[in-house]
Ligand binder design. Structure first.
Ligand code: TYM
Length: 315
């Protein structure tokens, strides 16, 4: 991490296999610009613990997500890849933020409200989740956070946490900005609703060709017009409008041919990344995570020295 470049940071939960919504909404936007910044890419394992209570699965998912990061082309010498739990300053700072924000403020959290509405357990971690995310971001004086639209409110909450702290204890944290790109902020799933692990409507990022074929063939196509809108919306992530217009004109009403074309276009992007992914060993990935964690911790622990002094716990 250098002193001069602006900081860019994002993170993904290892709560299951990543999907193309994660890729186009957050990972690709990060990949496209990370070389120009002092960049970090986190595996937010303690966030995943709010929903996943299976240690074997969580452990496997952590390694899988790290492999995904490397397979899409992130160079670990140019970005700090680390897992949240390796830097205990994240949970420490989250506690301090918890003491600054109010319960009614957190109760307005969309992510919390949505999960509770779906009948998920309302554990306290899920409730205070945005303050752990604020800590993830603010510990590193992050300026830009590439995310999908569903994280917009979390970044607003992060700015609020920074501002509350700065007012209470003096200027300490930079207020970050979200980077949400038009056209990919909400990638639709195979049913047309937002693609989400929890809705079961995903196209897996690193699925086998069979898994991708099954998902694409399952795209809901009850469109009344000539064009199957749900297929087109996903296809638009892989091909430009001019190419797509010609393809969809030539195959009006031929939904099967259009889905086959989409499968081929997804494969063309994913197959080389899948190959890279298959070549990675667990051991080399563990080393990347360990080294990244050490780098991140150096920054985070220096920041916490200042924070602890400011709140008054350092003697
Ligand atoms: P998570 O793990 O749910 O999702 C990871 C990233 O993928 C984006 N995303 C999408 N983008 C477009 N269309 C979709 N259908 C779609 N589905 C998911 C998400 O917006 C996100 O950017 N709270 C975060 C993780 C987090 C974090 C952070 C992110 C924790 N700390 C600090 C940035 C900075 C989350 O649950 O993402």
């Amino acid at each position: 991490m250098s002193e001069t470049k602006k900081r860019l940071l994002t993170g993904l939960q290892p709560s299951g296999a990543l999907h193309i919504g994660n890729y186009f909404g957050a990972l690709k936007p990060f990949l496209d610009i990370y070389g120009e910044y002092d960049s970090s890419l986190m595996i937010v394992d303690y966030h995943a613990l709010t929903s996943l209570k299976n240690p074997t699965e969580l452990n496997r998912n952590i390694l899988d997500v790290a492999k995904d990061y490397l397979a899409i082309g992130i160079d670990p010498s140019k970005a700090t890849i680390f897992k949240q739990s390796d830097v205990p300053e994240h949970t420490e700072l989250a506690w301090i933020f918890d003491c600054l924000v109010t319960v009614p403020f957190l109760m307005q959290g969309h992510a919390y409200k949505d999960k509770v509405a779906k009948g998920l357990e309302a554990n306290a971690g899920l409730f205070t989740y945005p303050m752990l995310m604020a800590a993830d971001i603010l510990l590193y004086d992050t300026e830009i956070v590439p995310v999908g639209e569903d994280q917009r409110q979390h970044i607003e909450y992060t700015r609020e946490a920074a501002s509350k702290f700065n007012i209470a204890f003096g200027e300490t944290f930079k207020e970050p900005k979200e980077q949400i790109l038009k056209g990919v902020g909400v990638v639709p799933g195979i049913d047309g609703a937002k693609m989400s692990k929890s809705y079961g409507n995903v196209i897996p990022l690193f699925g086998s060709k069979d898994e991708i074929t099954k998902a694409v063939m399952g795209i809901v196509t009850d469109s009344g017009g000539d064009r199957p809108e749900n297929v087109y919306a996903i296809h638009a992530l892989f091909k430009n409008e001019v190419e797509l217009t010609a393809l969809y004109e030539a195959n009006k009403k031929n939904y099967k041919a259009l889905k086959e074309a989409l499968i081929a276009d997804i494969e063309a992007v994913i197959a080389p990344m899948r190959e890279k992914r298959d070549s990675l060993s667990d051991e080399e990935v563990k080393l990347v995570i360990k080294e990244g964690g050490e780098r991140a911790r150096t920054i985070a622990s220096a920041k916490m020295v200042d924070v602890r002094k400011k709140v008054g716990v350092t003697l």
